[in-house]
Write a protein that binds this ligand. Structure first.
Ligand SMILES: [Zn+2]
Length: 307
């Protein structure tokens, strides 16, 4: 009898669990940072997965058959728009659903409403090696844009699930409260560093640099997506020395050869920061990620003498 009761309890429990899962909205995002914000807004009402894993360059992800299947079943597909996710178009084509195509009810392009930086003034082409054809697509790295992204997600979830709109709205308020409190701290801790210059590997930090008031005009890559030649590396060495640059920032997945070479020749400190949630253990969610990056930058710049 005991066994029967236990079996019954297990069945009831399993049913409740699967019923709960059945009611969750299945949200698929292109990038893990969007997934983190979507989870903050959706809470228990959503299950969220990301196509791109955080440990790889998000420009060059190979979508798998299982990603196509997830998109076929998704209640909502959240992506970055623009051209960062070059793999997104073929993936959406393979899923063959009008609802997740641009403008579809179940698609959310987060670039809408974002004030983009570095929008080219004249036509550029991918054949020139450039992979930011519509403006810099790494916009989630600014906390102000994180707030915009959260609002867009709350609006879209409320549109496709109006019964739970008050819950999404409440989660949005909680997220923005936490983010705004962190923004206060970050601004305070970096106030004395405004105007300092740092170097980037790829042009993907400009939104964070603008937020912090730091300058980043030079990159290890001569153009987005193109590695430096030996001649370009020696030019960078001269630039670092002439401008007393103390930090070079790059995410974890690029080759570290150029950075290590510049570190050896000039002493510039190499900071491996998170460009996406989950890239390092310290970057477990969106706010933690920005917190980690800002603290690392602040500690390094405060520890190096300003010329
Ligand atoms: Zn890029």
């Amino acid at each position: 009898m005991k066994k029967l009761i236990s079996l019954f309890c297990t069945l009831v429990f399993s049913w409740q669990i699967s019923a709960a899962f059945a009611n969750e909205l299945r949200v698929v995002t292109s990038l893990p940072s969007f997934a983190s914000i979507a989870k903050s807004i959706g809470g228990d009402l959503v299950s969220v997965t990301s196509v791109a894993p955080p440990q790889f360059n998000p420009h060059f992800i190979e979508a798998r058959p299982s990603d196509v299947l997830r998109l076929k079943r998704a209640d909502l597909f959240i992506h970055g728009g623009l051209d960062l996710e070059a793999w997104r178009g073929p993936l959406v084509d393979a899923a063959a659903r009008a609802e997740i195509r641009p403008g579809g009810l179940r698609a959310l392009d987060l670039s809408q409403g974002i004030p983009l930086l570095n929008v080219p003034q004249q036509a550029v082409s991918r054949s020139q090696g450039d992979i930011h054809l519509f403006g810099n697509p790494h916009y989630w790295m600014s906390p102000d844009n994180g707030a915009r992204i959260a609002r867009s997600i709350a609006d879209k979830l409320s549109e496709i699930d109006p019964a739970n709109a008050p819950v999404y709205s409440q989660h949005l308020t909680q997220f923005l409260d936490q983010l705004n409190a962190s923004i206060e701290v970050w601004k305070r801790e970096t106030a004395a560093l405004r105007g300092r210059e740092v170097l980037g590997y790829h042009d993907e930090w400009i939104y964070l640099m603008n937020f912090l008031g730091l300058k980043m005009d030079r990159f290890v890559e001569p153009k987005p997506g193109i590695p430096p030649s030996p001649r370009q590396l020696s030019e960078l060495e001269a630039y670092i020395r002439a401008n007393h640059i103390s930090a070079l920032i790059q995410p974890t997945y690029y080759s570290k050869d150029a950075a290590e070479s510049l570190n050896r020749s000039t002493g510039v400190q190499v900071l491996l920061l998170c460009q996406n949630v989950g890239e390092l253990p310290e970057c477990g969610d969106y706010i933690s990620m920005l917190n980690y990056d800002v603290q690392q930058i602040a500690t390094t710049l405060k520890g190096s003498a300003h010329p």
